[in-house]
Design a protein around this ligand. Structure first.
Ligand code: GLP
Length: 260
């Protein structure tokens, strides 16, 4: 796993450079989109490059990671609405080019299978953007998730519900208890994974992600088995990394042309 420790603005630029390079070389690339606060500066930067630099998403497709179960169609925190608001309506993605798990499906199991089929049907995800939960979840794969899991329904932990209550006016009881999420095996199928983490609250999870034993208790640790993961972390999120100096010097010595 490559670890890049830098200021948030620099991390945003690196992530945007990577996505831009992908879209310029493969306009029909398949992106994996995450919600949460971590990718928001990246989405703003992609929108800026679209408006000012001609970056086009017109032939791209995208899949979101996860979704709450049961939020009404117009709810502002429904993840497909969040992604539409934060990215897809602000760039030139084609209508219907962005899909997400259907948290209002009557047959949840069938909806999850259909979602997996849709991802496989376009040849899989080229580049997956990821955040990480304070408990080490990716997507909504909470501790104890199977490393072999595919898209399915999960129950959120109290920790995650409390972390996400800020998006629901601080009201814990407004946060749904269930979600649909790509599984860990689904996420592992992406060809390149960019994980973004900032702030001290993520320091334990980032330490486990990079340096901990691979364990279902910290689901993100499965990414140690992926051949192409880039962890983009700010100083606060990197503060518990034992080999932080090594990661810094390794990245500093990397030729700029190499990319992530
Ligand atoms: C949320 C999302 C994850 C996200 C994580 C971190 O619950 N389901 O996809 O990566 O938690 O969120 P944030 O970036 O807001 O810290």
């Amino acid at each position: 796993m490559e670890v890049v420790i830098a200021a948030p603005e620099e991390l945003t630029g690196l992530a945007a450079d990577t996505i831009e390079a992908l879209l310029r070389s493969r306009p029909g690339a398949v992106l994996g989109l995450a919600t949460g606060s971590s990718p928001l500066p990246l989405y703003d930067e992609l929108v800026r490059r679209h408006r000012e630099g001609g970056l086009s998403f017109a032939r791209a497709r995208a899949f979101t990671l996860d979704e709450y179960v049961g939020l009404p169609p117009e709810h502002p925190q429904r993840y497909r609405n969040v992604i539409a608001r934060e990215l897809t309506e602000r760039v030139d993605l084609a209508p219907g080019a962005v899909q997400g798990p259907d948290g209002l499906a009557e047959d949840i199991t069938a909806a999850c299978t259909a979602y997996e089929d849709a991802i496989a049907g376009v040849g899989g995800i080229d580049l997956q953007i990821l955040g990480i939960g304070t408990d080490g979840h990716v997507g909504f794969n909470e501790p104890g998730s199977s490393f072999a899991s595919r898209t399915r329904i999960k129950t959120l932990t109290e920790q995650t519900r409390a972390d996400n209550a800020r998006f629901f006016g601080g009201e814990l009881d407004q946060v749904p208890q269930h979600c649909l999420t790509q599984g860990l095996a689904t996420i592992m199928s992406a060809r390149h994974i960019l994980l973004i983490a900032s702030g001290r609250a993520k320091a334990d999870a980032v330490h486990q992600l990079v340096e901990g034993p691979v364990s279902a208790m910290w689901p993100a640790t499965i990414l140690q088995h992926h051949p192409h993961v880039t962890a983009l972390v700010d100083d606060a999120a990197a503060s518990r990394l034992q080999l932080a100096d090594y990661y810094r010097s390794t990245y500093a010595a990397k030729p700029a042309w190499q990319g992530l």
